[in-house]
Unconditional design. Sequence first.
Length: 654
Amino acid sequence: MPDMVLAGSVLGTWAAVLAAGVLRQACRQRTGPALWLPVAGLALVLPLATLAWLAYLGHQPAPASAGDWLAQAPWGLSTAVLFACTALELARSRSRAQAALKRREQKLLLAMESVDGGRWEWNLRSRRLSFEGEFYAQFGIYTLPEADRQAHWESRRHPEDAARMRDYLRRAMDGLEEHYDAEFRMLDDHGAWRWVMARGRVAERDAQGHPLRLIGMDMDVTARRATEEALRVSEAKYTTIYNTLPDPAGITRVSDGRYIEVNPAFTKVLGRQRDATVGHTSTELGIWATSDERVRLLDALRRDGQVTRLPLVAQRDGVRIPGLMSARSVLIDGEDCLVFVFQDMTEEQRTHDELLALNGLLQQAGRLARLGAWEDVPRKGLVYWSDVCYDIHGLPSGAPLPRNYIDTHVAPPWRDTMRAKFRECIRHRTEWSVEMQIIRADGRQVWVRARGEPVIEGGRLTRIRGVMQDIDESKRAEERLRQSEERFSRIFQLVYQPMGLSRRSDGQYKVVNPAWEALLGIPHDEAVGRTAIEMGIFSPEARAQMIEAVGQTGHLSGYEVVLRARDGSPRTVLQSMRAVEFDGEPCWLFSVQDISDRKRDEERVREREELLSLTVSAAALGLWDWDLQTGLVTGDTRWRAMRGAPMQEGPCNR
């Protein structure tokens, strides 16, 4: 018996060690057999070890037999151990499930953020919308209290989309839709409209099956929308191109050659209406000049997989139409078809001849315009000059090209500029243009305009080509014009006669000279940009009559008109006008001659003549006039009456 008790104590010690091992396994969060085998052993051994330990301490009589050991052992401890480990494992399993769920949500959120999206949740009981993810930061969601975020989100929705989605969104928020699927525009913090795709579904229901929560995601699909719009525009563009293509084009089935579609150019060039063409073969319609044309087309297609500019001959009303056929095989509705374009070579040949003629004219124009071509290869220098370039530089055609053109022929003030232009062209592959002076072979400097552009082949710059034009004569003409304008300006300012320029469109003054300022008392700066009507110089009616008097001739000379000076005094002038161009605008060049004094003198003479006439009449005097050269005397009516002469007009003898 003591041996059994001693063995029981040893067993109890072993059970304690086993319990410690089980606890250690639990702390390491092991599962499966690695945990439950020690637990099962502990559940079997712990009751027996506890009984032995109690007997060893004398708290309980030692069992006499194995049956007594089994009968007296506190097996409730096994149940307690199993329940405790089960509870611990359930708690750990829940913790692991929550951690796994959190990791999955984090991965989902990361995945949504990687595609520019975010997660949302709608609680039907609290009627609250929550957001998660950096996606919503661009709409200012996280800058607001949580209670204000839903209203802010809805306020950012495009008004058209809000109106369109109103009923559907209300049904989804009331839980009447199992799935929520919508696309709409949202205004971001930068003032740009972003297309958002929203997807969601019911995630939780109560015991009666009523929805409690909706969860979903929002994703920025602006790029996709832009791509779709670009695709739509592209399809519309290519449909337009197909319909407006000047060459006959269409689609035929390979199996029987029946036309599926033809463009308007096909019906125009080959004289076949679309409805009368679709569904028929080229043989039935007599499209080809010979039966071998279609055979050659199919042979080339089978051999090469495509046809590119294959010479074929079509016909229209017996007239042969030579052309080049290009075609590709496509699969349409499961059938092998042929997409083709037939280029009418008759028109192309005509165009080719015209281009040759135009090229000849262009070369002739280049010679007349003093325009030559050149090519330069980096690290080699000039490799080509046209005849005009040789002539511009005063060199015979075919002479050796200069090795260092800039130092040899470019005038010193422009050498650094030319080097910079070439470096910029090589580094950034940009075009350039410059006006400069060059030194001819005879030492004379002339003005030229040079332009260059990079030539890219195989992704690298191989050479620079350009043109050079002799603009020396135009430059010198510009200088002469500038000097002439300076002289005109000086004369314009010094001339005593009032002059100026006004715009024909609205009558605003562009410039006036000092004599005009002195005449009307209006300074130049005050007059420029204003009209004569605004300043009260003319009445609208007077100016309209003057412009009407100009008529179709475009000029006016000695037109009498009354101007009002700044102080309100009238000035009677004779105005002359002529239509001119000034700074690219139609203008009137005008001058005025002040005849106010002359008009006053004429008025005085008229008044004196009237006074003399009244004096003569009152004094009963007669007036006569004696021409001393002819001896003839004439007089007025009273003088004739006094002389007894006839009353009819005519001379009388003295």
